[in-house]
Design a protein around this ligand. Structure first.
Ligand code: SAT
Ligand code: MN
Length: 544
C-alpha cells in the first residue's frame, strides 16, 4: 500500500461518499487476480471457459443497454464551455460534481471498492503517467490488469506526490438515463457512473490516455493520439515505424497486426506490433517524433476477426483473455462470433445470454439476431501477441517515419495520398470522415466528420487541438510525413475494390518509400498520389 496522504485522503473521501462494505487494494499479483476471477465466476459476473481450448479465458456479458461508448453522455468539464469547445458535451465542474455526487452517494453499499494503481507506459520511465481507479466492478479490475501496468510499484513511483489521475467508477444501477462519463482536466479527475462497458469504465484507456492526456500534451508539448503503431522490418535489418489514426472499429488492430503478403514475406519483410489503439508522441533528442504505446493489452473488436483477417489477434486471444458480449458455444464451452468461421454453433447463447438460433441471422438486424454483439470485444495481453515488437517495452518508444489518417469511406476518398507538408497534413487530418460503426451507440454507416479519429477523444476545444498540431509542426525538427488512406472504397455493386488486411502493407510500403524519397508521385489538388506502377501488386489477383 502507500503512505501517500493525498491518495489516502482521496480514497477515504470517495469511500465516505459511495459507502462500500470494504476496500481492497489491487497489488498486481497473480494470486489476488485468481481470487477475483473465482469470485466473479461464483456470482455469475464471469464464466470460466474451456481451459483446455482457451486457457485462462473468461466470458462476460454487459447489461443489454450498455454495449458501447456513449458519446452523448460523455462530458468535458472545464471551467468554461469555450475550453471544451463546441464538439464536446460540457457541464460546469462544480455543477457536475454536485449532480454526480447524488448518484454516487451510497452506490457501493453491499459492494467492495477496489483501488487500482496503474501506469500508462513503463513504470518509472520518463513517459509514464500514473492513475488510480476506484471501482466496484471485478470485471473492471481484471480488464485493467490486462490493459495497463498495475501494482505496488506504481504506488512507489507516485511516491508522496499528488501527480496522478484520480478515477472513480461505480456501476451504480447501470441506469442509462443517469450514465455519465465526465472528465475534469484541470483536476486530473475522471468520474464514470452507471456503465459497465469497456470504453466507459476502463478509465486508463480513452478517458485518461486520450482525453486527459491530450489536454496534458497540449500543455507539455507532446501529443496523445488515437493511433496504432506498426513496425516494418526490411531485409537489411532496418525497421521503420508508422502511426495510423482510424476511428473505432475501422481496422486499427488488423493493420497493427498484419501479416505481409507472400511476395513480401519471401523478400524477408516482417511486421511488428507496437500498439493498436493509442500513441503518445514526443519529440526525441534526435529531433524526430517518437511514439510510445501507453497500454499493455488489446481491447479488440471480435466480429470479423479470423484466420485470414487477423491470425495474430486470434492467436493473441486464445489464452488469458476476457471476452465480452460474444456468443457462448455450450457444446464445448468456447466462444464464437460472426466472421470467425462458417460454423456457427448449434447449441449456443447469444451475447444477451439467450438461446441463439443461427438460422435466424439477419444482416439488417445484427443487434437482435447475431450471436455476438457487433461491438463485442476481447481483452488480451500484449505479451501473448506473436508479432509484438521487441521495442514494446522500450521506454523511449520508436521513431515515427509516417503518420497515416484514414476512414471508412465507400466513395470519394482514394486508396492513398500524401499531404504536401505538416500544415497541409494537419488539414488532411482535420477533414477526416468515416462511416459510423458499432463502437459507439447511435446510427451505423452514416458518414460523419471525425478529425484525426479524435472527435470523441479530444479533452478540450477541437480548434485548439488543431492549433496544437500546427504548433507541434513548428517545433519538430524532423517531422514525419503525413498520408491519408481508405481501404473501404466499394465498386458499383458494393464490393470492396481493395483487398485490405495484409495487402495494406503494399500501401504502407509506398508510404515508407515516399518518406525515404525513393519513389516519385503525381502532385494533384489533394496532394501527392502514387503513380499506378509504384504500388506493388505482384501476386494480387484481380487488381489491374
Ligand atoms: O470502447 S473503447 O473506447 O474502449 C474502444 C473504441 O471504441 O475504440
Ligand atoms: Mn479506439
Amino acid at each position: 500500500m502507500t503512505n501517500n496522504k493525498y491518495i489516502l485522503d482521496w480514497v477515504k473521501e470517495m469511500a465516505d461518499m459511495t459507502c462500500p462494505d470494504k476496500i481492497v487494494w489491487i497489488d498486481g499479483s497473480e494470486e489476488q487476480a485468481e481470487k477475483l476471477r473465482a469470485e466473479a465466476c461464483s456470482t455469475g459476473e464471469m464464466i470460466k471457459l474451456n481451459q483446455e481450448l482457451l486457457p485462462g479465458c473468461y466470458l462476460h456479458r454487459t447489461a443489454i443497454n450498455d454495449v458501447a461508448r456513449v458519446e452523448g453522455r460523455t462530458f468535458i468539464c472545464t471551467p468554461t464551455k469555450e475550453e471544451a469547445g463546441n464538439i464536446n458535451n460540457w457541464i460546469e465542474p462544480s455543477e457536475c460534481y454536485e449532480r454526480l455526487k447524488k448518484i454516487y452517494r451510497g452506490s457501493m453499499k453491499g459492494r467492495t471498492m477496489y483501488v487500482i494503481p496503474y501506469s500508462m507506459g513503463i513504470v518509472g520511465s520518463d513517459f509514464a503517467k500514473y492513475g488510480i481507479e476506484l471501482t466496484d466492478s471485478i470485471y473492471v479490475v481484471l480488464n485493467m490488469l490486462i490493459m495497463t501496468r498495475v501494482g505496488n510499484d506504481v504506488l512507489d513511483a507516485i511516491g508522496d506526490s499528488d501527480n496522478y489521475i484520480k478515477g472513480l467508477h461505480s456501476k451504480a444501477q447501470l441506469d442509462e438515463n443517469n450514465r455519465y462519463i465526465c472528465h475534469f482536466p484541470q483536476d486530473n479527475t475522471i468520474w464514470s457512473v452507471n456503465s459497465g462497458y469497456g470504453g466507459n469504465v476502463l478509465l486508463g484507456k480513452k478517458c485518461f490516455a486520450l482525453r486527459i492526456a491530450s489536454y496534458l500534451g497540449r500543455k507539455e508539448n507532446w501529443m496523445a493520439e488515437h493511433m496504432l503503431i506498426l513496425g516494418v522490418e526490411f531485409p537489411n535489418g532496418e525497421t521503420k515505424y508508422v502511426c495510423a489514426a482510424f476511428p473505432s472499429a475501422c481496422g486499427k488492430t488488423n493493420l497493427a497486426m498484419l501479416i505481409p503478403p507472400e511476395v513480401y514475406r519471401k523478400k524477408g519483410i516482417k511486421t511488428w506490433t507496437v500498439g493498436d489503439d493509442i500513441a503518445w508522441l514526443r519529440i526525441g533528442k534526435d529531433g524526430r517524433l517518437w511514439a510510445m504505446n501507453p497500454e499493455n493489452g488489446f481491447f479488440g473488436v471480435a466480429p470479423g476477426t479470423n484466420e485470414k483477417s487477423n491470425p495474430n489477434a486470434l492467436h493473441t486471444c486464445m489464452k488469458d483473455t476476457i471476452f465480452t458480449n460474444v456468443c457462448h458455444n455450450l457444446d464445448n464451452n468456447t466462444v464464437w462470433w460472426e466472421g470467425l468461421d462458417n460454423n456457427p454453433p448449434k447449441n449456443a447463447l447469444n451475447w444477451k445470454g439467450e438461446k441463439w438460433d443461427y438460422t435466424k441471422y439477419d444482416k439488417a438486424d445484427k443487434i437482435n439476431t447475431s450471436g455476438a454483439h457487433p461491438n463485442s470485444r476481447f481483452t488480451a495481453k500484449a505479451v501473448n501477441c506473436p508479432c509484438l515488437s521487441k521495442e514494446f517495452n522500450n521506454p523511449a518508444g520508436v521513431p515515427v517515419s509516417a503518420i497515416i489518417f484514414g476512414g471508412r469511406r465507400a466513395k470519394t476518398a482514394p486508396l492513398v495520398y500524401q499531404s504536401t507538408s505538416w500544415q497541409n497534413g494537419t488539414f488532411v487530418g482535420s477533414i477526416m470522415a468515416s462511416e459510423t460503426t458499432a463502437a459507439a451507440s447511435g446510427a451505423i454507416g452514416v458518414v460523419r466528420r471525425d478529425p484525426m479519429a479524435m472527435r470523441p477523444f479530444v479533452g478540450y476545444n477541437m480548434g485548439d487541438y488543431w492549433q496544437h498540431w500546427l504548433d507541434m509542426g513548428k517545433i519538430i525538427p524532423h517531422a514525419p510525413k503525413i498520408f491519408h488512406v481508405n481501404w473501404f472504397r466499394t465498386d458499383d455493386n458494393g464490393n470492396f475494390i481493395w483487398p485490405g488486411f495484409g495487402d495494406n502493407l503494399r500501401v504502407v510500403d509506398w508510404i515508407l518509400a515516399r518518406c525515404e524519397g525513393k519513389v516519385d508521385a503525381d502532385l494533384t489538388a489533394i496532394g501527392y498520389v502514387p503513380k499506378p506502377e509504384d504500388i506493388n501488386i505482384e501476386g494480387l489477383d484481380g487488381i489491374t
